[in-house]
Design a protein around this ligand. Sequence first.
Ligand SMILES: [Zn+2]
Length: 134
Amino acid sequence: MRDKRIIRIRNPTLRQFRNNLRKLWLSLILNRNYQMKIKQEDLVNHSGGPFFRTKDHVEQYMNLKYSMVEAKRMGNYSICICPICFSHEEDMIWDSFSETWYCVLCHYKIYKIELSGGDKNRISRKKYNDRRHY
Ligand SMILES: [Zn+2]
């Protein structure tokens, strides 16, 4: 993949569709993590004594923990969310140096690049104003 690759969608309807798909993906990850957290709690001995009843429970607990971390990593390193500002509504840029997708504004902040007029118009006005004061 090239050093910098921007995925832009200019059509507002398509942007909304993309954003909804991103929200759906992220909510699936959150829901899956929540279900695994409940399973983890069921493995813990809440009646006092040792934290786990058996070694098998320890292994299951750790496997669930690993799966939860992996699911969170999948979400954070996907094109669906910016790992810095957690926006899921912006165009994203692939940064081959960090091997991460960033939103346009955060990427430009990292590399100290001035926003072009088109980028300023596409980034939500509130977000742009909030970020100007960093
Ligand atoms: Zn961002």
